[in-house]
Design a protein around this ligand. Sequence first.
Ligand code: NAD
Length: 332
Amino acid sequence: MTFLVTGAAGFIGYHLSERLLSRGERVIGIDNVNDYYSPKLKRDRIADLKRRHNGFTFIEQDFADFDGLKTALASHRVERIAHLGAQAGVRYSLTNPHAYVHSNLVGHLNLMEYARHSDSVEHLVYASSSSVYGKNEKLPFSVEDRVDQPISLYAATKKADELMSETYSHLYRLPQTGLRFFTVYGPWGRPDMAMWLFTDAILKGEPIKVFNSGDMRRDFTYVDDIVSGIVACLDNPPPDDGSVKAGGSVTPHRIYNIGNHRSEELMHMIAVLEKAVGKTAVKQFEPMQPGDVKDTFADISAIERDLGFHPTTSIEEGIPRFVDWFRTYHGV
Ligand SMILES: NC(=O)c1ccc[n+]([C@@H]2O[C@H](COP(=O)([O-])OP(=O)(O)OC[C@H]3O[C@@H](n4cnc5c(N)ncnc54)[C@H](O)[C@@H]3O)[C@@H](O)[C@H]2O)c1
């Protein structure tokens, strides 16, 4: 089968491509390798996929450019799409809002337009985010909760993607699955996220910034568990049978949380990281950041029920794996 993975040079896109290629699928990866964070890291991920898999084709392309996207895919017969490419990051959306509209709104529309005009695409799976829950105080967060009060533009674009997808599934019967990811971490991770920033600082003996004085909780999800959930979704398009799907739609569109279903204290995560690195962190306590959410906790019962998804990796197992990779990659 031929899969299109957008954001293939990104953290999760790299791991998903790796899993699909190892299973013997053909993967077309698209990414514009932008400089939101190190393009070298993105190119290293692509080089790693190319080195180990013949079935991988990489196209460097901005998917917000619709003509460019169509031309790039003209000679391919795509059957399933994993649309993971996006402008990620909550804090960056305060200073660079246009990047979010470009990649997350125009880009999302383009992938849906490509899919609906294609005669081969059977399912579009796309990345949403736990940030759509905003200040929701009911824990754990459920896909049945109302999420109409986003507190960052990033979250607003992800919620808008879900709404646009609902419309396309209604109008064009395009099977789609939206996945709300919860703080993903692991090897080949993202340099803008706490796990990477903390590891880097602890190794260098520099202070780490601990927001809201450490009074925060996150549902940290190991990347292999996330990928298992994405693959289970890709393999099971929602039926167009009028039944009520996860998230409430009666179109062939469902929405799942993919998290670890464990909300970890930030200070506990730091303690596990200190143990893995073998050094104590210098902690600099800071106030809450604008746009940030205090607690996240995923109710994953919908994807467990429908697709048998069970995360298996605790932070006690996953964090040392990330630290090992980090040390090897940087030679430190
Ligand atoms: N990592 C997490 O904890 C997390 C949590 C919630 C949601 N998500 C979502 O999951 C998806 C994947 O996240 P990630 O952590 O792998 O992020 P990432 O930044 O590592 O990967 C995204 C990739 O998309 C590419 N991209 C961005 N705009 C593009 C454009 N216009 N055209 C082509 N390529 C473009 C980037 O170059 C990047 O390589 C994103 O949609 C993100 O919003 C991630």
